[in-house]
Design a protein around this ligand. Structure first.
Ligand SMILES: C[S@@+](CC[C@H](N)C(=O)[O-])C[C@H]1O[C@@H](n2cnc3c(N)ncnc32)[C@H](O)[C@@H]1O
Length: 324
């Protein structure tokens, strides 16, 4: 990679030309001016909306590639530019212990700082009567509609519940808060497992969190899962919570869940229909997977997200599934 050192004297148009010719730019100016240059570059790129899912992903990838070409030098998690914030704790949380000099895309560093702030502040979850503190790289429950579905769905009599793909632990915490005596949560991401353990401990709830692929040992009366919902290849760290190539996790969960349910048990599968709007998965395919797994629909709760006009049509559902 050809790296050119630039500072406050460069214009956004020239910076974009250099990046488009294949260079990365190492920012040595004022930190805040670097943020402004990044924003100006963003404004010069086409906005990502409209078109097919593949068009949107291509545009998103191009945007990411250009914006990630503006780099910042860090040394032991310290940035020594004018007006640079102290990013040591934020970098420690995202990257682990300091390991010398590294070049980081400014855009990524801003994400790391934002994640640190979100972790510190936490997200108020009214249904829990408490806050959830997401870690860097762990799916944050910033959209509340699916949490409200789990909070409002009538609980079957359950002594043991599993939460598969627990992320921050928000749904496992909610199940424990609703009174299920034994809750076991799993995730295959070690960041998520650490985050979920911290959250349930902070909330004073008794939830066991296990790092594993899908199911823990044993059986449960209620199994809850909010899987990644877009069947496409994950690219970034956070994509793994959202993208699931060929619906692999979703299909494995549906195919296997019955073997982990106690007789008379219930599954709550939370799924947005965004993939259906994009033409990536059809409703009949989903219903076919339920039927193949010997599951029948025992009810469904739908929620319409209120806060994102671009996704007006998207509906998140909680599917109540039972064997039979
Ligand atoms: C959409 S997020 C949901 C997180 C959390 N349950 C919530 O509702 O906020 C999906 C989660 O599934 C986890 N996951 C993906 N594949 C998995 C697998 N095969 N086994 C266990 N967890 C998995 C991801 O790491 C991520 O935390």
């Amino acid at each position: 990679m050809h790296v050119i050192t630039v500072d406050d004297s460069i214009s956004a148009d020239r910076a974009l030309r250099l990046i488009e010719r294949g260079s990365a730019l190492l920012w040595e100016g004022d930190f805040h001016n670097g943020k402004q240059l990044l924003a100006a570059l963003g404004r010069r790129l086409p906005a990502v909306h409209g078109g097919s899912f593949q068009d949107q992903r291509r545009m998103q990838a191009r945007r990411t590639q250009v914006l990630n070409s503006l780099l910042i030098a860090t040394s032991d998690h310290t940035v020594s530019l004018r007006r640079a914030p102290d990013v040591r704790q934020a970098c420690l949380e995202a990257y682990g212990p300091p390991a010398g000099d590294r070049l980081v895309p400014l855009r990524e560093l801003l994400g790391v700082i934002g994640a640190h702030q979100l972790r510190q502040q936490g997200i108020e979850i009214p249904a829990l009567g408490g806050r959830i503190h997401p870690h860097y790289g762990v799916f944050a429950p910033t959209r509340s509609e699916y949490v409200d579905l789990v909070a409002s769905c009538p609980l079957p009599p359950a002594a043991v519940a599993f939460d598969i793909g627990t992320g921050t632990g928000v749904l496992a915490a909610l199940l424990a808060h609703r009174g299920i005596p034994q809750v076991i949560a799993t995730d295959n991401s070690s960041r998520a497992v650490e985050c979920a353990r911290e959250n349930v401990r902070r909330l004073g709830l008794d939830v066991e969190v296990i790092e594993t692929d899908l199911f823990p040992p044993g059986r449960a009366d209620l199994i809850v899962c909010n899987p990644p919902w877009i069947p496409a290849r994950p690219i970034t760290l956070l994509d793994h919570a959202v993208y699931d190539e060929d619906s692999r996790m979703l299909r494995s969960f549906i195919a296997g869940v019955r073997d982990h349910l106690n007789p008379g048990g219930e599954t709550w599968l939370i799924l947005s229909d965004l993939a259906e709007h994009f033409g990536l998965r059809s409703r009949s395919e989903l219903l076919g997977w339920f039927a193949d797994a010997g599951l029948r629909e025992a009810g469904r709760l739908d929620a319409v997200p209120g806060h994102r006009s671009a996704r007006k049509q998207e509906v998140s559902s909680l599917w109540r599934l039972r064997a039979g």
